[in-house]
Every structure is written in structure tokens, then in C-alpha cells.
Design a protein around this ligand. Sequence first.
Ligand SMILES: Cc1cc2nc3c(=O)[nH]c(=O)nc-3n(C[C@H](O)[C@H](O)[C@H](O)COP(=O)(O)OP(=O)(O)OC[C@H]3O[C@@H](n4cnc5c(N)ncnc54)[C@H](O)[C@@H]3O)c2cc1C
Length: 380
Amino acid sequence: MDFNLTEEQSMIRDLAKNFADGEIIPRAAAADRAADLPLDIHAKAHELGLLGVNLPQSCGGPGLGNVELALVTEQLCRACLGIGTALSTNGLAGEPVILAGTPEQQKEYLGRLARGGFASFALTEPAAGSDVAGIRTAARRVAGGYELNGSKIWISNASLASFFVVFAKTDASAGHRGVTTFIVERDSPGLSVGEPLGKLGQKAAPTCEVFFDNVFVPDANRLGAEGKGFQLAMETFDQSRPMVAAFGLGLIQRCCDEATAYARERVSMGKPLIEHQAVSHKLAEMAIRSEAGRLLTYQSAWMAEQGQRNTVQASIAKAYTADAAMWCATEAVQVFGGMGYSTEYPVEKLFRDAKVLQIYEGTSEIQRNIIAREIARKSA
Ligand SMILES: Cc1cc2nc3c(=O)[nH]c(=O)nc-3n(C[C@H](O)[C@H](O)[C@H](O)COP(=O)(O)OP(=O)(O)OC[C@H]3O[C@@H](n4cnc5c(N)ncnc54)[C@H](O)[C@@H]3O)c2cc1C
């Protein structure tokens, strides 16, 4: 067992770290206030080769692995969860194309991502989030393809996407076996995108509704077989949840860094906060969660990279880091006292940003359902 990063992994981690420190941290608060993704940051990250590092070389990507992707993701999200999420969303949208795309689909759509384009993953609907099998967007067979009707909500980067990976029902009576996946061009007649939704945190990452009104999708844009969409979504999450764990890891590390620096500086009752045991124990707890989260995240990413089934490990990593990030952000605000509540210091943003980690890509409750189901299956 070797826990060391390779030279290449250290290099890409350091590149991402320097970029995050130099380009993202100084702009994060303003991007959050403006609720706007600075597109020049996206362009610079693309230029440096920090986006889509796992895209296959055959499609113009760097062809690195899931561990490298996690290392980069962690650094971007340490700097700003909003900007980091927006810069990482293509990973979620691209994964189904990597897993199930034909060579032509991969060349076209992964190629767009490798050239710096945006895409969105469109699964959640107003009446069905955790209940994936309950989606209602309908895909009706017509000559030469399908016609989509329905709507999606909370779709990250929808305002920027040039295409959407959309999950819809080809058979409304077949439950999860009736779900099929489609690649839908943004400029398809009948497709429209709503204004970005107002949010508690992660404001620099746009999230919108998407509407389908008799949208024609040609047969060539069906992704995988009819009825295999639910399975494809679950296989996608096995790849993407370690990355959401890396989002949480970045946020946890930032809480550790900010709270430690403040606790060294701020004096109370004649000594720095860090010398008060009640405060230093909070920092120790953050370090415990950071180390444990890091091991879980890298392990689940590594398993995905090795082609091993990682459903449980991905859910454990995602649930653990999400809950730990929320805990660390709450305690970081506490270490800052009143200043933790002020928009002048970064920890109130960490607190607002952290919450969504327990919600998207499967809530913390759903991760526990998955873990419990897998334990029950194994012990049966
Ligand atoms: C900022 C943001 C970005 C997002 N980006 C995307 C995106 O790009 N693409 C996309 O498709 N979706 C996206 N989502 C949607 C997200 O994945 C869903 O919000 C999430 O899966 C929860 O679904 P829901 O909101 O419908 O909540 P519900 O499913 O209604 O859940 C409500 C509550 O009930 C609990 N609950 C529900 N069912 C169960 C159960 N069976 N057992 C135990 N507890 C249960 C949940 O854990 C939760 O606490 C995003 C959401 C947000 C907030």
C-alpha cells in the first residue's frame, strides 16, 4: 500500500493549488456577491489544462485518471465552492458519454468539452429528485427519433451549456426500467432555459430550470439503449460522487486554514484563541475530518479509476465529507465569533456554500440508504 502521490499527481495538484490561490481566492467573494461565474477564470483554467483532466486523449482530453481529477477538484473548491462547482460540472455531464457514448458521440460531445465548452446533466425534476425512477419528462417515439416534453430543475451550468444529457421516460409504466438518456443540443427548437435560480450559497455557479416543449432528438443522440438510463445515472454517480467528496474536502481544508490562522491572531483573555483548549479542540476535530475525508475520497476515486465497483465507497466518501464540511463550516464560524457572521470574512460564505454538499448528487439520507442497501445485500 503506497499513500504517496506520484510526481505527476503532485505536479497537477500544485498547479491547481497555485491557480486556486492566485486566480480564484481573490475573486471568490465578488463572484459570490454578483452571483456570476467569471468566465475568464474558466478560460484560464482551461488554458492551463486544469479542466476535464480525465477526458480521453482520443477526444482531445489529457487522459488522466479519477485521482488526478479529485486532486484538481479539491483545490478549485478549496478556493471557492461556487466557482469550483461550475468548473467541475462538465465532469458530471461528460461521464455518461464516457460510459455509454458511441465513438461518434464521444468525439463530438467530449471533444466540445475538451475544447472548453460547457454541458449539463439534467436529471432532477420539480416532482422528482431523490426519486429518480419517478421522473416524468416523456420521450415519445417519432419518425427518426424522439420528442421530449417536460421540465428539469436545479440544472447546474444550464445557462452556459451547449448540450444537455437528459434523462426521460420512454415507457412511463416501467418504473426505473423506463428511463432513457439523450444528448440534447442547446439550440434544439422547443428547448428553453430559465433564469438562474436564487440560492443560499455556491452563488457563482448558475443553476436553472430547463423546459422541453416538443423537442425533437434524433436517434443518433440517444445515449445507450432504451430503458438503460437509470442504470447509466447510477454508474455515473459512482464516478462523480468521489468528485463531490473532493468538493467537500476542499471546503473542509479551507475551514481548517481560515480557523487556524484566525485562532493564532485573535487574542482573548490574554492569550491567542488557539491556546484555549475549547478552541484548539475544534481545530483538531477539523484536522481529523480532513484526514479521514481525504483517505475516503482518494480511495473511492482510485477504485473508480481501477474499474472496481465503488458504489459503497463513493457513497461513504460523499456522505462523510458533506457532513464533515457542514460541521467544519459551522465550527469555523464559531471560532471567528461575531466576525464569523460578517460578510467581511470568508467563513460565512463557507457556511452558506457547505450546505448544498449534503443535498446534490444524492442527499446525505440517500447515501445512507445506498450504504445500508449494499450492507444488507452483502450479508444476505
Ligand atoms: C445547487 C444545486 C445544484 C444541483 N445541480 C443539479 C444538476 O446539475 N443536475 C441535476 O439533475 N440535479 C441537480 N441538483 C438537484 C439535486 O440533485 C436534488 O435537489 C437532490 O437530489 C434532492 O432532490 P430534491 O430536491 O427533489 O429533494 P427530495 O427528493 O424531495 O428530498 C427532500 C428530503 O427528503 C429526503 N428523502 C427523500 N426521499 C427519501 C428516502 N427515500 N429516504 C430518506 N430520505 C428521503 C431527502 O434526503 C431530503 O432531505 C442540484 C441541486 C442544487 C440545490
